[in-house]
Design a protein around this ligand. Structure first.
Ligand code: CTP
Ligand code: MG
Length: 390
């Protein structure tokens, strides 16, 4: 059982009226066609994928699908119906069992929809994704309502439409030259082929007008998720000693930081910034200072715990910016080591971490050398919470 796919991309996009046909317009750093083609190429149930194009669009096509594993494209015809038939005929040599026929202008084709269609072909020679009509339907004439149309039993048909290959090829060939078939299910109907409905997907809309393109941008934005920013601040008292630990790095000096754990004020601020970004309380609520378990504890485990909480929400740390406030020890000579260590603890590249230091010109508790303060800002990316565009 082999499944092939045809993407029809030989239209001109006249209703959208852009400089290039709509399937070659940019969308989220790629093109509309790329998204549609990538969904089919990347699906484990789909073998060969062929695009039907206008030969004069060849340059746009090559740029649009770069990096995808597609068969050599074939030329389309004057109507969508012609383009589909030409695409089907080009696959005859491959003799697939089934074929999915998709519009290049529908960029948001979900893998589970492809799966539903392929599954449906086990019991039916044709299957199409459809959604029920929710709005009340009116027939109008010259801007005035003539009647209300019963919407019972009416569905909005999408693509891909899936068929047993031989049956849909014959059906298309038998109506070649007759116009008016705007989708392949209509061709199947004319040939008496049964077409089963499977559940469609609201995001799998067709880009027809400029407002559809704007909607597609909104879908991408929603799918990209949310950016969160958290802040953290901490101070630890200084006392006599032989060095301080900041960002997990030992800085030799004639002082030490006092606190229940290793008193790494920098990592404590980072932990609070990370927890703040996901609204998960603060370091004290997870690691109470009174708990003997944390006496002298290395503070990197607090940061790692916050990172695990972010990962558990499907998120990731994008960036952490840390400022350490003290007169001594001097941070600059250790900045490289601290940056590397912080990046390692966070599980990000060094380019995603910034370690800075400042003094307070001899003023305040840090100026008087009574303590070291640290302030951190964490940027975290979270996935969308079941975001649907509209
Ligand atoms: N299509 C095609 N060959 C044609 C006409 C259309 O392959 N001769 C494809 C389009 O590229 C599109 C799909 O069929 O992916 C659906 O058609 P439609 O939305 O009508 O696209 P266009 O014909 O390009 O747009 P318009 O009708 O606004 O010109
Ligand atoms: Mg058209």
């Amino acid at each position: 059982m082999t499944n092939a796919a045809i993407i029809v991309a030989a239209g001109r996009g006249e209703r959208l009226g852009a400089e290039v046909p709509k399937q070659y317009l940019p969308l989220g750093g790629r093109t509309v066609l790329y998204h549609a083609a990538a969904a089919l190429c990347g699906h484990p149930g789909v073998g060969a994928v062929r695009t039907v194009i206008r030969p004069e669009d060849r340059e746009h096509y090559d740029a649009a699908v770069e990096g995808l594993d597609l068969l050599e494209p074939v030329a389309g015809g004057a109507t969508r119906q012609d383009s589909v038939r030409l695409g089907l005929e080009s696959l005859e040599a491959q003799a697939p069992s089934n074929v999915l026929i998709h519009d290049a202008a529908r960029p948001f084709l979900a893998a589970d929809l492809i799966g539903r269609l392929v599954d449906a072909l086990a019991a039916s020679p044709g299957a199409l994704p459809a959604l029920p009509v929710a709005d009340t339907l009116k027939r109008a004439d010259e801007g005035k309502v003539v009647e209300t149309v019963d919407r019972g039993g009416l569905w909005r048909a999408q693509t891909p439409q899936a068929f047993h290959f031989d049956a849909i090829l014959r059906a298309h060939q038998s109506v070649a030259g007759q116009s008016g078939f705007t989708d392949d299910a209509a061709v199947a109907e004319a040939a008496g082929l049964a077409v089963a409905l499977v559940e469609g997907d609201e995001d799998n809309f067709k880009i027809t007008s400029a407002s559809d393109l704007a909607r597609a941008e909104r879908v991408l934005l929603a799918r990209a998720g949310e950016t969160r920013v958290g802040t953290g601040y901490d101070v630890h008292r200084l006392g006599p000693g032989d060095g301080v630990t900041l960002c997990g790095v030992h800085l030799p000096c004639e002082m030490s930081l006092q606190g229940h754990s290793d008193a790494d004020v920098a990592l404590h601020a980072v932990t609070d910034a990370l927890l703040g970004a996901i609204g998960a309380g603060d370091i004290g609520s997870h690691f109470p200072p009174g708990d003997p378990k944390w006496a002298g504890a290395a503070s990197d485990q607090f940061v790692r715990d916050a990172c695990r909480r972010i990962a558990a929400r499907g998120g990731r740390v994008v960036h952490v910016d840390l400022t350490i406030v003290c007169e001594t020890p001097k941070i600059a000579p250790h900045r490289g080591a601290m940056t590397a260590r912080l990046a390692e603890v966070l599980g990000v590249g060094e380019g995603s971490v910034s370690v800075k230091a400042t003094t307070t010109e001899g003023l305040g508790l840090t100026g008087r050398g009574e303590g070291i303060a640290a302030q951190a800002v964490a940027t975290v990316r979270l996935p969308p919470h079941m975001v649907k565009s509209s």
